[in-house]
Design a protein around this ligand. Structure first.
Ligand SMILES: C[S@@+](CC[C@H](N)C(=O)[O-])C[C@H]1O[C@@H](n2cnc3c(N)ncnc32)[C@H](O)[C@@H]1O
Length: 421
Protein backbone atom coordinates (compact mmCIF):
# COMPACT_ATOMS: atom_id res chain seq x y z
CA UNK A 1 0.00 0.00 0.00
CA UNK A 2 1.36 3.40 -0.96
CA UNK A 3 -0.51 5.44 1.62
CA UNK A 4 -2.77 4.25 4.37
CA UNK A 5 -4.14 5.10 7.79
CA UNK A 6 -3.63 3.02 10.90
CA UNK A 7 -4.59 2.87 14.55
CA UNK A 8 -2.14 1.81 17.27
CA UNK A 9 -3.85 0.01 20.16
CA UNK A 10 -1.83 -0.78 23.34
CA UNK A 11 0.69 1.49 21.62
CA UNK A 12 3.41 1.53 24.32
CA UNK A 13 6.27 3.59 22.93
CA UNK A 14 5.22 2.98 19.34
CA UNK A 15 7.05 0.01 17.82
CA UNK A 16 4.12 -0.37 15.42
CA UNK A 17 3.94 3.37 14.81
CA UNK A 18 7.61 3.60 13.84
CA UNK A 19 7.24 0.75 11.34
CA UNK A 20 3.92 1.80 9.85
CA UNK A 21 5.02 5.39 9.24
CA UNK A 22 8.18 4.08 7.54
CA UNK A 23 5.88 2.07 5.23
CA UNK A 24 3.80 5.14 4.31
CA UNK A 25 1.14 4.98 7.03
CA UNK A 26 -0.52 7.82 8.89
CA UNK A 27 -1.60 7.31 12.49
CA UNK A 28 -5.18 8.41 13.19
CA UNK A 29 -5.61 6.97 16.70
CA UNK A 30 -3.44 5.51 19.47
CA UNK A 31 -4.18 4.36 22.99
CA UNK A 32 -2.24 3.24 26.04
CA UNK A 33 -3.08 3.26 29.73
CA UNK A 34 0.51 3.98 30.86
CA UNK A 35 1.19 7.70 31.25
CA UNK A 36 4.99 7.31 30.87
CA UNK A 37 4.64 5.41 27.59
CA UNK A 38 2.19 8.03 26.32
CA UNK A 39 4.72 10.76 27.13
CA UNK A 40 7.49 9.00 25.18
CA UNK A 41 5.08 8.33 22.31
CA UNK A 42 4.01 11.96 22.06
CA UNK A 43 7.59 13.19 22.32
CA UNK A 44 8.65 11.03 19.36
CA UNK A 45 5.62 11.12 17.10
CA UNK A 46 3.81 14.34 18.05
CA UNK A 47 0.66 12.27 18.63
CA UNK A 48 -1.07 12.09 22.01
CA UNK A 49 -2.45 8.62 22.77
CA UNK A 50 -5.89 8.17 24.31
CA UNK A 51 -6.22 6.23 27.61
CA UNK A 52 -7.91 2.99 28.71
CA UNK A 53 -9.29 1.27 25.60
CA UNK A 54 -11.97 -0.58 27.55
CA UNK A 55 -13.62 2.80 28.16
CA UNK A 56 -13.51 3.91 24.50
CA UNK A 57 -16.55 3.36 22.29
CA UNK A 58 -15.66 1.84 18.93
CA UNK A 59 -17.69 4.52 17.12
CA UNK A 60 -15.44 7.20 18.63
CA UNK A 61 -12.36 5.74 16.91
CA UNK A 62 -11.64 7.19 13.44
CA UNK A 63 -11.91 5.10 10.27
CA UNK A 64 -8.65 3.35 9.36
CA UNK A 65 -7.09 0.88 6.91
CA UNK A 66 -4.94 -1.05 9.38
CA UNK A 67 -5.44 -1.92 13.04
CA UNK A 68 -2.22 -2.62 14.98
CA UNK A 69 -2.20 -4.13 18.45
CA UNK A 70 0.39 -5.79 20.67
CA UNK A 71 -2.22 -6.63 23.27
CA UNK A 72 -1.24 -7.53 26.85
CA UNK A 73 -0.90 -11.25 27.47
CA UNK A 74 -3.78 -11.80 29.85
CA UNK A 75 -4.75 -15.38 30.51
CA UNK A 76 -7.86 -16.44 28.65
CA UNK A 77 -9.52 -17.99 31.63
CA UNK A 78 -12.53 -19.30 29.79
CA UNK A 79 -10.74 -20.36 26.62
CA UNK A 80 -11.21 -23.95 25.77
CA UNK A 81 -14.87 -24.21 26.65
CA UNK A 82 -15.65 -23.05 23.14
CA UNK A 83 -18.92 -21.40 23.97
CA UNK A 84 -18.66 -18.98 21.04
CA UNK A 85 -16.12 -16.21 20.87
CA UNK A 86 -18.10 -13.52 22.66
CA UNK A 87 -18.30 -15.64 25.80
CA UNK A 88 -14.72 -16.80 25.61
CA UNK A 89 -13.00 -13.50 25.01
CA UNK A 90 -15.20 -11.12 26.98
CA UNK A 91 -13.26 -9.61 29.83
CA UNK A 92 -9.95 -9.88 28.02
CA UNK A 93 -8.32 -7.06 26.09
CA UNK A 94 -8.48 -9.14 22.90
CA UNK A 95 -12.22 -8.57 23.10
CA UNK A 96 -11.61 -4.82 22.71
CA UNK A 97 -9.61 -5.46 19.54
CA UNK A 98 -12.39 -7.67 18.27
CA UNK A 99 -15.20 -5.21 18.90
CA UNK A 100 -13.25 -2.42 17.16
CA UNK A 101 -12.45 -4.70 14.21
CA UNK A 102 -16.06 -5.83 13.96
CA UNK A 103 -17.31 -2.25 13.89
CA UNK A 104 -14.73 -0.68 11.54
CA UNK A 105 -13.78 -3.68 9.39
CA UNK A 106 -10.38 -2.24 8.36
CA UNK A 107 -8.63 -3.95 5.43
CA UNK A 108 -5.88 -5.34 7.63
CA UNK A 109 -4.95 -6.02 11.23
CA UNK A 110 -1.56 -6.95 12.62
CA UNK A 111 -1.47 -8.31 16.16
CA UNK A 112 1.36 -9.55 18.34
CA UNK A 113 1.62 -11.47 21.57
CA UNK A 114 3.96 -13.62 23.65
CA UNK A 115 5.05 -17.00 22.31
CA UNK A 116 3.12 -18.79 25.02
CA UNK A 117 -0.12 -17.71 23.35
CA UNK A 118 0.48 -20.46 20.78
CA UNK A 119 0.44 -23.27 23.32
CA UNK A 120 -1.65 -21.72 26.13
CA UNK A 121 -4.48 -23.96 27.28
CA UNK A 122 -3.39 -26.76 24.90
CA UNK A 123 -3.70 -24.47 21.90
CA UNK A 124 -7.32 -23.55 22.66
CA UNK A 125 -6.53 -19.89 23.31
CA UNK A 126 -4.98 -19.65 19.86
CA UNK A 127 -8.01 -21.43 18.33
CA UNK A 128 -10.43 -18.98 19.99
CA UNK A 129 -8.43 -16.00 18.74
CA UNK A 130 -8.03 -17.44 15.25
CA UNK A 131 -11.67 -18.52 14.89
CA UNK A 132 -12.96 -15.21 16.28
CA UNK A 133 -11.01 -13.27 13.64
CA UNK A 134 -12.16 -15.61 10.87
CA UNK A 135 -15.77 -15.39 12.09
CA UNK A 136 -15.80 -11.62 11.71
CA UNK A 137 -14.49 -11.76 8.14
CA UNK A 138 -10.68 -12.06 8.07
CA UNK A 139 -8.24 -14.47 6.47
CA UNK A 140 -5.78 -15.58 9.13
CA UNK A 141 -3.09 -18.27 8.75
CA UNK A 142 -4.27 -21.42 10.52
CA UNK A 143 -1.21 -21.96 12.72
CA UNK A 144 0.34 -19.25 14.90
CA UNK A 145 3.39 -17.71 13.21
CA UNK A 146 6.26 -17.60 15.71
CA UNK A 147 9.18 -15.36 14.85
CA UNK A 148 12.15 -13.70 16.56
CA UNK A 149 14.48 -10.84 15.62
CA UNK A 150 17.46 -13.25 15.65
CA UNK A 151 15.81 -15.17 12.78
CA UNK A 152 16.76 -12.24 10.56
CA UNK A 153 20.13 -11.46 12.08
CA UNK A 154 19.13 -8.96 14.79
CA UNK A 155 20.95 -10.09 17.95
CA UNK A 156 17.93 -10.54 20.25
CA UNK A 157 16.22 -13.87 20.95
CA UNK A 158 12.57 -12.84 21.34
CA UNK A 159 10.08 -15.33 20.00
CA UNK A 160 6.64 -13.83 19.60
CA UNK A 161 3.38 -14.78 17.90
CA UNK A 162 2.45 -12.57 14.94
CA UNK A 163 -1.16 -12.59 13.74
CA UNK A 164 -1.74 -11.19 10.26
CA UNK A 165 -5.37 -10.56 9.28
CA UNK A 166 -6.52 -9.66 5.75
CA UNK A 167 -10.19 -8.82 5.17
CA UNK A 168 -11.65 -11.62 3.06
CA UNK A 169 -12.68 -9.35 0.15
CA UNK A 170 -9.15 -7.87 -0.03
CA UNK A 171 -7.30 -11.12 -0.68
CA UNK A 172 -5.75 -14.35 0.46
CA UNK A 173 -2.93 -14.76 2.94
CA UNK A 174 -0.48 -17.45 1.78
CA UNK A 175 0.99 -19.75 4.46
CA UNK A 176 4.17 -18.38 6.01
CA UNK A 177 7.21 -20.66 6.30
CA UNK A 178 10.48 -20.19 8.06
CA UNK A 179 13.22 -22.80 8.22
CA UNK A 180 14.81 -22.62 11.66
CA UNK A 181 17.84 -24.44 10.32
CA UNK A 182 18.61 -21.31 8.34
CA UNK A 183 18.96 -18.79 11.13
CA UNK A 184 21.69 -16.37 10.03
CA UNK A 185 24.74 -15.56 12.19
CA UNK A 186 24.09 -12.72 14.60
CA UNK A 187 26.68 -10.43 16.12
CA UNK A 188 26.11 -8.32 19.22
CA UNK A 189 28.66 -5.87 17.80
CA UNK A 190 25.92 -4.71 15.41
CA UNK A 191 24.11 -2.94 18.24
CA UNK A 192 26.85 -2.10 20.74
CA UNK A 193 27.79 1.53 21.24
CA UNK A 194 31.46 2.38 21.55
CA UNK A 195 32.22 2.98 25.21
CA UNK A 196 33.66 6.36 24.22
CA UNK A 197 30.19 7.36 22.86
CA UNK A 198 28.31 6.57 26.06
CA UNK A 199 27.35 9.52 28.16
CA UNK A 200 27.81 8.79 31.84
CA UNK A 201 29.59 5.49 31.05
CA UNK A 202 30.30 4.86 34.75
CA UNK A 203 26.66 4.22 35.59
CA UNK A 204 26.61 1.22 33.22
CA UNK A 205 29.97 -0.22 34.25
CA UNK A 206 30.26 -3.05 36.77
CA UNK A 207 31.63 -1.99 40.15
CA UNK A 208 35.01 -3.50 41.23
CA UNK A 209 33.24 -5.73 43.77
CA UNK A 210 30.89 -7.07 41.06
CA UNK A 211 33.86 -7.76 38.77
CA UNK A 212 35.58 -9.65 41.57
CA UNK A 213 32.39 -11.65 42.23
CA UNK A 214 32.06 -12.60 38.53
CA UNK A 215 35.80 -13.34 38.37
CA UNK A 216 35.24 -15.86 41.16
CA UNK A 217 32.63 -17.68 39.09
CA UNK A 218 35.00 -17.49 36.13
CA UNK A 219 37.71 -19.20 38.18
CA UNK A 220 35.15 -21.84 39.13
CA UNK A 221 34.11 -22.66 35.56
CA UNK A 222 37.74 -22.64 34.41
CA UNK A 223 39.02 -24.70 37.33
CA UNK A 224 36.59 -27.62 37.60
CA UNK A 225 37.44 -30.86 35.88
CA UNK A 226 34.50 -32.60 34.23
CA UNK A 227 33.66 -34.34 30.93
CA UNK A 228 31.22 -31.60 29.99
CA UNK A 229 30.66 -28.17 31.54
CA UNK A 230 27.74 -28.40 33.98
CA UNK A 231 24.44 -27.49 32.30
CA UNK A 232 22.63 -27.82 35.66
CA UNK A 233 22.37 -24.95 38.19
CA UNK A 234 25.21 -24.68 40.67
CA UNK A 235 24.39 -23.66 44.22
CA UNK A 236 27.49 -23.17 46.29
CA UNK A 237 25.72 -24.41 49.47
CA UNK A 238 25.28 -27.78 47.75
CA UNK A 239 28.95 -28.16 46.77
CA UNK A 240 29.45 -30.60 49.62
CA UNK A 241 28.38 -34.13 50.63
CA UNK A 242 24.62 -34.61 50.08
CA UNK A 243 24.05 -34.97 53.83
CA UNK A 244 25.49 -31.49 54.43
CA UNK A 245 23.34 -29.72 51.84
CA UNK A 246 20.61 -27.41 53.24
CA UNK A 247 17.96 -29.51 51.48
CA UNK A 248 18.96 -32.73 53.21
CA UNK A 249 17.03 -31.87 56.44
CA UNK A 250 13.74 -32.48 54.68
CA UNK A 251 15.10 -34.89 52.07
CA UNK A 252 12.08 -37.21 51.82
CA UNK A 253 9.79 -34.31 51.02
CA UNK A 254 12.05 -32.80 48.34
CA UNK A 255 10.73 -33.02 44.78
CA UNK A 256 12.66 -35.20 42.32
CA UNK A 257 14.21 -32.27 40.46
CA UNK A 258 15.62 -30.81 43.72
CA UNK A 259 17.14 -34.14 44.77
CA UNK A 260 18.63 -34.51 41.32
CA UNK A 261 20.20 -31.08 41.41
CA UNK A 262 21.64 -31.61 44.91
CA UNK A 263 23.10 -34.95 43.78
CA UNK A 264 24.73 -33.41 40.71
CA UNK A 265 26.24 -30.55 42.74
CA UNK A 266 27.54 -33.01 45.29
CA UNK A 267 28.99 -35.26 42.60
CA UNK A 268 30.77 -32.29 41.03
CA UNK A 269 32.23 -31.42 44.44
CA UNK A 270 33.28 -35.06 45.03
CA UNK A 271 35.25 -35.05 41.76
CA UNK A 272 36.85 -31.63 42.42
CA UNK A 273 37.00 -31.57 46.23
CA UNK A 274 40.36 -29.94 46.67
CA UNK A 275 39.84 -27.23 44.06
CA UNK A 276 36.25 -26.41 45.12
CA UNK A 277 37.04 -26.20 48.83
CA UNK A 278 39.80 -23.66 48.32
CA UNK A 279 37.72 -21.82 45.71
CA UNK A 280 34.79 -21.58 48.14
CA UNK A 281 37.02 -20.19 50.86
CA UNK A 282 38.13 -17.39 48.55
CA UNK A 283 34.71 -16.76 46.92
CA UNK A 284 33.02 -16.30 50.31
CA UNK A 285 35.34 -13.38 51.08
CA UNK A 286 33.46 -11.35 48.44
CA UNK A 287 30.61 -9.45 50.16
CA UNK A 288 28.26 -10.12 47.25
CA UNK A 289 28.63 -13.89 47.46
CA UNK A 290 25.36 -14.78 49.22
CA UNK A 291 21.71 -15.50 48.34
CA UNK A 292 21.11 -15.69 44.59
CA UNK A 293 24.67 -14.46 43.91
CA UNK A 294 25.99 -17.73 45.34
CA UNK A 295 24.15 -19.52 42.51
CA UNK A 296 25.32 -19.95 38.96
CA UNK A 297 23.84 -21.13 35.66
CA UNK A 298 26.16 -21.86 32.74
CA UNK A 299 24.04 -21.82 29.59
CA UNK A 300 26.77 -21.07 27.08
CA UNK A 301 27.35 -24.66 26.00
CA UNK A 302 30.37 -26.88 26.30
CA UNK A 303 33.81 -25.58 25.32
CA UNK A 304 37.50 -26.22 26.01
CA UNK A 305 38.48 -22.87 27.48
CA UNK A 306 35.43 -21.23 29.04
CA UNK A 307 35.64 -17.53 29.81
CA UNK A 308 32.62 -15.78 31.28
CA UNK A 309 33.82 -12.42 29.96
CA UNK A 310 33.34 -13.63 26.35
CA UNK A 311 29.63 -14.03 27.06
CA UNK A 312 26.40 -12.27 28.01
CA UNK A 313 25.21 -12.40 31.61
CA UNK A 314 22.06 -11.73 33.57
CA UNK A 315 21.76 -11.44 37.33
CA UNK A 316 18.59 -13.37 38.08
CA UNK A 317 16.85 -14.63 41.22
CA UNK A 318 18.12 -18.08 40.19
CA UNK A 319 21.75 -16.92 40.06
CA UNK A 320 24.30 -15.48 37.68
CA UNK A 321 23.19 -16.77 34.26
CA UNK A 322 25.77 -16.94 31.47
CA UNK A 323 24.53 -17.20 27.89
CA UNK A 324 26.47 -17.57 24.67
CA UNK A 325 27.73 -14.27 23.30
CA UNK A 326 25.98 -14.34 19.90
CA UNK A 327 22.66 -12.72 20.75
CA UNK A 328 20.93 -11.23 23.77
CA UNK A 329 18.09 -12.90 25.65
CA UNK A 330 14.74 -11.10 25.22
CA UNK A 331 14.61 -7.66 26.77
CA UNK A 332 12.10 -7.86 29.59
CA UNK A 333 10.01 -5.24 31.33
CA UNK A 334 11.42 -6.22 34.72
CA UNK A 335 15.00 -5.14 35.33
CA UNK A 336 17.28 -7.99 34.40
CA UNK A 337 19.28 -5.88 32.02
CA UNK A 338 21.94 -7.97 30.29
CA UNK A 339 25.64 -7.51 31.03
CA UNK A 340 27.96 -7.39 28.03
CA UNK A 341 30.87 -9.54 29.26
CA UNK A 342 33.57 -8.15 27.00
CA UNK A 343 32.70 -4.58 28.02
CA UNK A 344 32.16 -5.35 31.72
CA UNK A 345 29.01 -3.21 31.65
CA UNK A 346 25.24 -3.29 31.32
CA UNK A 347 23.42 -2.68 28.03
CA UNK A 348 22.56 0.99 27.64
CA UNK A 349 19.00 2.17 26.80
CA UNK A 350 20.27 3.15 23.31
CA UNK A 351 21.49 -0.41 22.77
CA UNK A 352 18.08 -1.70 23.92
CA UNK A 353 16.46 0.65 21.39
CA UNK A 354 18.69 -0.84 18.70
CA UNK A 355 17.76 -4.38 19.74
CA UNK A 356 14.15 -3.39 19.04
CA UNK A 357 15.24 -1.75 15.73
CA UNK A 358 14.27 1.79 16.75
CA UNK A 359 16.34 4.42 14.92
CA UNK A 360 19.05 6.28 16.83
CA UNK A 361 16.89 9.41 16.62
CA UNK A 362 14.38 7.81 18.99
CA UNK A 363 14.08 9.75 22.25
CA UNK A 364 13.70 7.49 25.28
CA UNK A 365 12.50 8.27 28.79
CA UNK A 366 14.92 10.34 30.85
CA UNK A 367 14.55 7.81 33.68
CA UNK A 368 16.57 4.73 32.75
CA UNK A 369 14.28 2.39 34.72
CA UNK A 370 11.33 3.54 32.58
CA UNK A 371 13.34 3.33 29.36
CA UNK A 372 14.43 -0.28 30.08
CA UNK A 373 10.84 -1.23 30.97
CA UNK A 374 9.40 0.39 27.86
CA UNK A 375 11.87 -1.27 25.47
CA UNK A 376 11.28 -4.57 27.28
CA UNK A 377 7.54 -4.27 26.57
CA UNK A 378 7.93 -3.02 23.05
CA UNK A 379 7.86 -4.79 19.71
CA UNK A 380 10.74 -5.13 17.26
CA UNK A 381 10.19 -2.51 14.54
CA UNK A 382 11.85 -4.54 11.75
CA UNK A 383 9.57 -7.48 12.41
CA UNK A 384 6.48 -5.26 12.23
CA UNK A 385 7.69 -4.09 8.81
CA UNK A 386 8.31 -7.65 7.67
CA UNK A 387 4.85 -8.89 8.66
CA UNK A 388 3.07 -5.76 7.44
CA UNK A 389 4.69 -6.14 4.03
CA UNK A 390 3.81 -9.82 3.93
CA UNK A 391 0.22 -9.04 4.84
CA UNK A 392 -0.03 -6.19 2.29
CA UNK A 393 0.95 -8.72 -0.41
CA UNK A 394 4.57 -7.67 -1.06
CA UNK A 395 5.63 -10.28 -3.65
CA UNK A 396 9.30 -10.28 -2.71
CA UNK A 397 8.64 -10.92 0.98
CA UNK A 398 5.91 -13.44 0.30
CA UNK A 399 8.15 -15.50 -1.96
CA UNK A 400 11.04 -15.26 0.53
CA UNK A 401 8.85 -16.94 3.15
CA UNK A 402 7.24 -19.48 0.81
CA UNK A 403 7.72 -23.20 1.34
CA UNK A 404 9.89 -23.55 -1.75
CA UNK A 405 12.23 -20.71 -0.81
CA UNK A 406 12.61 -21.89 2.78
CA UNK A 407 12.81 -25.63 2.29
CA UNK A 408 13.36 -26.30 -1.39
CA UNK A 409 11.04 -28.74 -3.13
CA UNK A 410 10.57 -31.95 -1.18
CA UNK A 411 13.70 -31.49 0.95
CA UNK A 412 12.49 -31.59 4.53
CA UNK A 413 9.08 -31.39 6.14
CA UNK A 414 8.14 -27.85 7.16
CA UNK A 415 8.76 -27.44 10.87
CA UNK A 416 7.77 -23.85 11.36
CA UNK A 417 6.61 -24.54 14.90
CA UNK A 418 9.27 -26.93 16.16
CA UNK A 419 8.15 -27.13 19.76
CA UNK A 420 4.70 -25.69 19.42
CA UNK A 421 3.19 -28.23 21.80
C1 LIG B 1 2.99 -5.48 25.33
S1 LIG B 1 2.79 -3.77 25.56
C2 LIG B 1 2.71 -3.21 23.90
C3 LIG B 1 3.91 -2.37 23.54
C4 LIG B 1 3.88 -1.73 22.17
N1 LIG B 1 3.58 -2.65 21.12
C5 LIG B 1 5.20 -1.04 21.89
O1 LIG B 1 5.72 -1.15 20.77
O2 LIG B 1 5.76 -0.40 22.80
C6 LIG B 1 1.12 -3.67 26.08
C7 LIG B 1 0.66 -2.26 26.40
O3 LIG B 1 -0.75 -2.29 26.70
C8 LIG B 1 -1.02 -1.23 27.60
N2 LIG B 1 -2.36 -1.46 28.21
C9 LIG B 1 -2.70 -2.37 29.15
N3 LIG B 1 -4.01 -2.27 29.42
C10 LIG B 1 -4.51 -1.29 28.64
C11 LIG B 1 -5.80 -0.72 28.48
N4 LIG B 1 -6.84 -1.15 29.21
N5 LIG B 1 -5.95 0.28 27.59
C12 LIG B 1 -4.90 0.74 26.86
N6 LIG B 1 -3.65 0.25 26.98
C13 LIG B 1 -3.46 -0.76 27.85
C14 LIG B 1 0.17 -1.31 28.56
O4 LIG B 1 0.34 -0.08 29.24
C15 LIG B 1 1.33 -1.64 27.61
O5 LIG B 1 2.02 -0.48 27.23
Amino acid sequence: MEQFTFIDLFCGIGGFHQAMVDLGGECVYASDIDAYCCKTYELNYGFKPDGDITKVKEEDIPKHDVLCGGFPCQAFSKAGKRLGFADETKGTLFFDILRILRYHKPKYALLENVRNLASHNNGNTWRVIHDSLVDIGYNVIDEPVIFSPHYIGIPQHRERVFIMCVRKDIGELPPFYFNIDRIPKCSIDDILQKDSEIEDLKRYQLKPEQIEWIDNWNEFIQGIKCDKLPGFPIWSDCLCPIEESPLYKDWDNQPGWAKNFVRKNSELWENNKEFINSWLEKAKKNNLFFGSKAKFEWQAGDCQKPNIWDHIMQIRPSGLRVKSGTYFPALVAITQTSIVGKRKRYLTPRECARLQSFPDTFIYDVKNSQAYKQFGNSINVSLVKLFAKYMFGDQEIQSKYSYDAQFGKGEIEPSLFPDYE
